[in-house]
Design a protein around this ligand. Structure first.
Ligand SMILES: Nc1nc2c(c(=O)[nH]1)N[C@H]1C(S)=C(S)[C@@H](COP(=O)(O)O)O[C@H]1N2
Ligand SMILES: [Mo]
Length: 413
C-alpha cells in the first residue's frame, strides 16, 4: 500500500510508541510549563512557551479577558469573539482536555491503523507520509456536546452533571489534512469493516477512581469514509499543542468528542466497537429517554448567541449594534430572529455571511432602547432543514445538546 509501511507483527502497544515514550519522559521530568521548552517538535513549533498557564495542563496562554477556566478546560468568552471573523483564532479557541495537553514530537510520531476490519496486517503512517497524501482544506466547527450545559440549570432548573459551559465551547477553524478515507483505503480497509475507533495519545482518563483508558470513541465506517479529516493544520499553521499536535481527527457536524486530538492509532473492526465515550458518556439519559439511554450522540444541534459580556449595561436613547452568531449542525442557517422584550415581539436580524454547512453565520441587529431597567435579549436561529430553537430544551442528566433560545439579561441605564 503506498504511503504506509506494513509491519508484520501486531501494532506495538501504543504505550511504547516513540511519541508516547517521549510524553511519559517529559511528564516524569518536568511540570507542564517546563515541558514546552524541552520539547523540540521537528516542524515549526506551534508557538512559544508561555511563562505559565492558568489551567493545569493547557499550554497556550489563557488571558482572563478571552477565557474562563473550567477545571482542565478553557471556555472561550463568547463576547470576545465579537471582533473575530468566521475563523476563530487559536488565541481564542476553547480547549476541552480530559487530562492534560501532551507535548508530542512530529518526527517520532506515527499513526498505526490496525484491527479485524483490515484485509491485511496493521499499517503505519509517519507524519511525512500523512502530509504527502492529497490534502483537503475545510472550515469546520468543533463544538462540545455539552456546550450551553449551564443553561439547563440557569434557565430551566434542570440538574446537569459535567463542565458548566455557557456558550463558548465552540470554535470554527480552517482545518487542513488528509482524508481519513484515503488513510483507511491505503491501510486496506475491508468491505466487512463496521466501526473505526481513533484513540488519543494523552494520558489515561481516571474518573471516580476508575481508569477508563485513553480517550477513544467509535465512528461507523460510513461516516469515517465520508467527510472525516486527519488534520495537521489549523488556520494555516501546524496544529497547536492544545488542539492535537501533530495530528487530530476532525469529524464535521458531530459532537466535539468525535474529533480525537493527538491521534495515535485507529482500530478498524469487523465487529461493532464501544468505549465509555459512547456507552456511559455522550448518550442522552433521563425521564424522556429509554432506560439504557439514547443511541450514541452523533450530530450537534442548533444554537445562537449574542456577543455580549455578562451584566452588560446599554445606554437608553442610543442605537446599539447588537451582534451575534448562529449555527446548526444539520444544515446552513436560514434566518435569525431577535427579541428585545423577553420574547413577545420578534424581528429579523441581518446576516453578515453566506450561511454554510458546518460553519456559523455572524448577524447583527440595531436596537435603540427607550425604557430603562432590566430586560432580556433573545435570539432564535432556524436552519434550511426547518430546525428552529425551541423555548425549552428536553433535559438529559448530562446536559448535552442544549438547543433552546437563550435569555440574556441586560440592563438599560
Ligand atoms: N485525545 C483527546 N481528544 C479529544 C479530547 C480529549 O480530552 N483527548 N476532548 C474531546 C472533546 S470532549 C472535545 S469537545 C474536543 C475539543 O477540541 P479542542 O480542545 O481542540 O477545542 O476534543 C475532543 N478530542
Ligand atoms: Mo466535548
Amino acid at each position: 500500500m503506498s504511503g504506509a509501511s506494513r509491519s508484520p507483527s501486531p501494532p506495538r502497544s501504543p504505550a511504547m510508541t516513540p511519541a508516547r515514550r517521549s510524553v511519559l519522559k517529559l511528564l516524569a521530568a518536568a511540570p507542564v510549563a517546563a515541558q514546552v521548552s524541552t520539547a523540540t517538535p521537528a516542524l515549526a513549533a506551534p508557538r512559544a512557551a508561555p511563562a505559565q498557564s492558568a489551567a493545569p495542563g493547557i499550554v497556550k496562554p489563557l488571558p482572563p479577558e478571552l477565557f474562563t477556566i473550567r477545571g482542565t478546560n478553557a471556555e472561550a468568552n463568547f463576547a470576545a469573539l465579537r471582533d473575530t471573523g468566521l475563523h476563530t483564532p487559536v488565541e481564542r479557541f476553547f480547549v476541552r482536555n480530559h487530562t492534560a495537553t501532551p507535548v508530542l514530537d512530529a518526527a517520532s510520531w506515527s499513526l498505526t491503523v490496525w484491527g479485524s476490519g483490515l484485509r491485511g496486517g496493521p499499517a503505519r503512517f509517519t507524519y511525512d507520509q500523512l502530509r504527502r497524501l492529497p490534502s483537503v482544506t475545510r472550515d469546520v466547527a468543533v463544538e462540545c456536546a455539552g456546550n450551553g450545559r449551564s443553561f439547563y440549570t440557569s434557565q430551566q432548573g434542570d440538574a446537569a452533571s459535567g463542565t458548566a459551559w455557557t456558550l463558548g465551547a465552540i470554535g470554527v477553524a480552517r482545518w487542513r489534512g488528509a482524508r481519513l478515507s484515503d488513510v483507511l483505503r491505503r491501510a486496506g480497509v475491508g468491505a466487512h469493516a463496521v466501526d473505526v475507533m481513533p484513540r488519543g495519545l494523552d494520558a489515561e482518563y481516571v474518573t471516580d477512581g476508575v481508569n477508563l483508558g485513553r480517550v477513544r470513541r467509535p465512528l461507523p465506517v460510513a461516516k469515517a469514509l465520508d467527510d472525516v479529516i486527519l488534520a495537521y493544520e489549523m488556520n494555516g499553521e501546524p496544529l497547536p499543542y492544545d488542539h492535537g499536535y501533530p495530528v487530530r481527527v476532525v469529524v464535521p457536524s458531530w459532537v466535539g468528542i468525535a474529533s480525537i486530538k493527538w491521534l495515535g492509532d485507529i482500530e478498524v473492526s469487523a465487529e461493532p466497537l464501544s468505549s465509555p465515550w459512547n456507552t456511559d458518556f455522550y448518550r442522552l439519559f433521563g425521564p424522556s429517554y429509554p432506560p439504557g439511554g439514547s443511541a450514541p450522540l452523533t450530530r450537534q444541534t442548533i444554537k445562537s448567541g449574542f456577543e455580549l459580556a455578562p451584566e452588560t449595561v446599554l445606554a437608553a436613547g442610543r442605537t446599539h449594534r447588537l451582534t451575534g452568531r448562529a449555527w446548526s449542525a444539520h444544515a446552513p442557517v436560514r434566518q435569525v430572529e431577535f427579541s428585545t422584550d423577553g420574547g413577545s415581539r420578534w424581528q429579523r436580524a441581518q446576516l453578515r455571511d453566506t450561511p454554510r454547512r458546518n460553519n456559523w453565520v455572524r448577524w447583527y441587529a440595531p436596537w435603540r432602547p427607550h425604557a430603562t431597567g432590566r430586560t432580556h435579549l433573545l435570539a432564535r436561529a432556524t436552519d434550511t432543514a426547518g430546525n428552529t430553537q425551541p423555548e425549552r430544551s428536553v433535559p438529559n442528566t448530562q446536559g448535552y445538546l442544549f438547543d433552546a433560545v437563550i435569555r440574556v439579561p441586560v440592563t438599560v441605564g
